[in-house]
Design a protein around this ligand. Structure first.
Ligand code: PHE
Length: 488
């Protein structure tokens, strides 16, 4: 154990963890959620979710990794031999997510290369869905494999591989660039947007609070789900990263990561709404008419807005560089979560080889998403995995610690890493892990499920929804069959 790999400094650990947290979720989801759910008022449920479930769970994952000096599976095994499945289900969930997350990066890489010619100008919507994706008419028609995107996907996986092939050493170097870079570029785009007319009126959609929105439970649901995904909780990533620390102040680490990640979200909100404000003004419409979330925002609305700006080629390159550099450290953190566990179990395996195999499998799993129906598959898989698998993983993590291991023991460890006792943590942490967070997660699961029963997700055919459900079920069945005991 003494010769476990280490991060070269606390700063590097924080950058890696924030790098994992800050990703597409911050740029293309958070701003939209704010707009949709009460503008500035959304910050209230957001911070409540952050403080009462996000930070406590982050502390839990950091504490597990650091105390037991193992990745997700080994840590849960130390609690109880029977709990390896908790760790495995987290990793399998992460594996599915990385398979399509890398594909979104492949689109970004593709756009990055065509930016200088502003190829999308004119009709960005048609360009994205038809020229780039070659989207088939429905999920029933799979179409062929899209070769340019497949090549971009190879490129993305090579970037992922070479970021982590030497473990903490190479990750440490990469995050020194990929963490500050998107922030600097976001600030550049912020400057660009706010020196153009209309930006301020766009900002109103993001910031003017509508407190009445908070009466709707859906707003709260959205806030809690967002916190989960955005902090990379429940994927075994934060456990793996913390296992390369010796004795860090866990409370401090969790707060720093949570707040820095929030900073990236809010900064992104300014950039998105500033830019859309300008675009809306140019087109003589309201921001309501142009706003979208997800791929539509990044690959249709933004390119459109950029094409209306001076120097669109340059701004395009900057924007897609932001997407890539923001997403890459999230992507490789999921792979690292998996390789950490394999190396815990088989310490004599070579890290480079294990990483290569995991990357190759991840690439192969992603091929379905670069077919003609790729975007539909991506949408369905993302929906089921993040609405169900991820939430269930969080729930069983809380139950394993709260009800089996005992929150007192872990809290004692957390406090032992800090100089001073925090009375607030002492008073609230156990309650959050044992009762509050599981209750919230059950509520999310229940209401998601009810929604599902009422109307099939996005009107997809039954077989497609069955595929989504099967992936969720398979994750949990498989996790019971994966290796239980380490060779340690
Ligand atoms: N937190 C990332 C985002 O907001 C997504 C992610 C989830 C990354 C899990 C790593 C692990 O985009």
């Amino acid at each position: 154990m003494a010769n476990r790999e280490r991060w070269s400094s606390r700063l590097v650990f924080i950058l890696a963890a924030v790098g994992s947290a800050a990703g597409l979720g911050n740029l293309w989801r958070f701003p939209y959620l704010s707009y949709k759910y009460g503008g500035g008022a959304f910050l209230l449920p957001y911070f409540i979710a952050l403080i009462f479930t996000g930070v406590p769970l982050l502390m839990l994952e950091f504490a597990l990794g650091q105390k037991f000096q193992k990745g997700a599976v080994g840590s849960f095994e130390k609690i109880n031999k029977k709990f390896s499945f908790v760790g495995w289900s987290a990793l399998l969930t992460g594996f599915v997510v990385i398979a399509y997350y890398a594909v979104v990066m492949a689109w970004s890489l593709f756009y990055f290369f065509v930016s200088y010619g502003v190829k999308w100008a004119g009709d960005p919507e048609n360009y994205f869905y038809h020229s780039v994706l070659g989207l088939s008419e429905s999920i029933n028609t799979i179409g062929g494999i899209n070769i340019p995107l497949l090549l971009a996907l190879v490129g993305v996986w090579l970037m992922i591989y070479f970021s982590i092939w030497k473990g903490t050493k190479s990750v440490g170097k990469v995050v020194m660039v990929t963490m500050p870079l998107p922030i600097i570029l976001l600030v550049v785009l912020l400057g660009r947007a706010f020196t153009l007319p209309g930006a301020l009126s766009g900002l109103k959609y993001f910031l003017v609070p509508n407190f009445r929105a908070l009466l709707d439970t859906e707003v709260w649901l959205a806030a809690f789900s967002q916190i989960f995904f955005t902090l990379s909780i429940g994927f075994g990533v934060m456990i793996a990263y913390a296992s390369y620390n010796e004795k860090h102040d866990i409370r401090k680490n969790a707060w720093h990561v949570a707040l820095l990640n929030t900073f990236v979200s809010i900064l992104s909100g300014f950039v998105v709404f500033g830019t859309l404000g300008y675009m809306a003004l140019k087109q003589g419409v309201g921001v309501d008419a142009v706003i979208k979330s997800g791929p539509g925002l990044a690959f249709v609305v933004f390119p459109k807005a950029i094409s209306l700006m001076p120097l669109p080629g340059l701004i395009g390159i900057l924007f897609f560089l932001i997407l890539i550099s923001l997403a890459i450290d999230s992507a490789f953190s999921m792979v690292e979560g998996i390789t950490t566990v394999i190396l815990d179990k088989r310490p004599n395996y070579k890290r480079e080889k294990v990483t290569a195999v995991v990357s190759a499998v991840g690439f192969l799993a992603g091929i379905i998403f670069v077919t003609g129906a790729g975007l539909y598959y991506l949408d369905v898989v993302d929906h089921f995995v993040t609405s169900y698998a991820l939430v269930i993983v969080g729930l069983i993590e809380c139950i394993a610690i709260g009800w089996f291991y005992g929150t007192k023991k872990l809290l004692k460890y957390i406090e032992s890493t800090a100089k001073k006792t925090s009375w607030i943590t002492k008073a609230t942490w156990s309650f959050s892990i044992k009762y509050f967070t599981p209750a919230v997660l059950l509520w999310i699961l229940g209401s998601q499920f009810m929604k599902e029963v009422r109307a099939p997700y996005e009107g997809y055919p039954l077989w497609a929804l069955a595929v989504g459900w099967s992936i969720v079920v398979l994750i949990f069945i498989l996790s019971f069959f994966l290796p239980k005991d380490g060779s340690e």
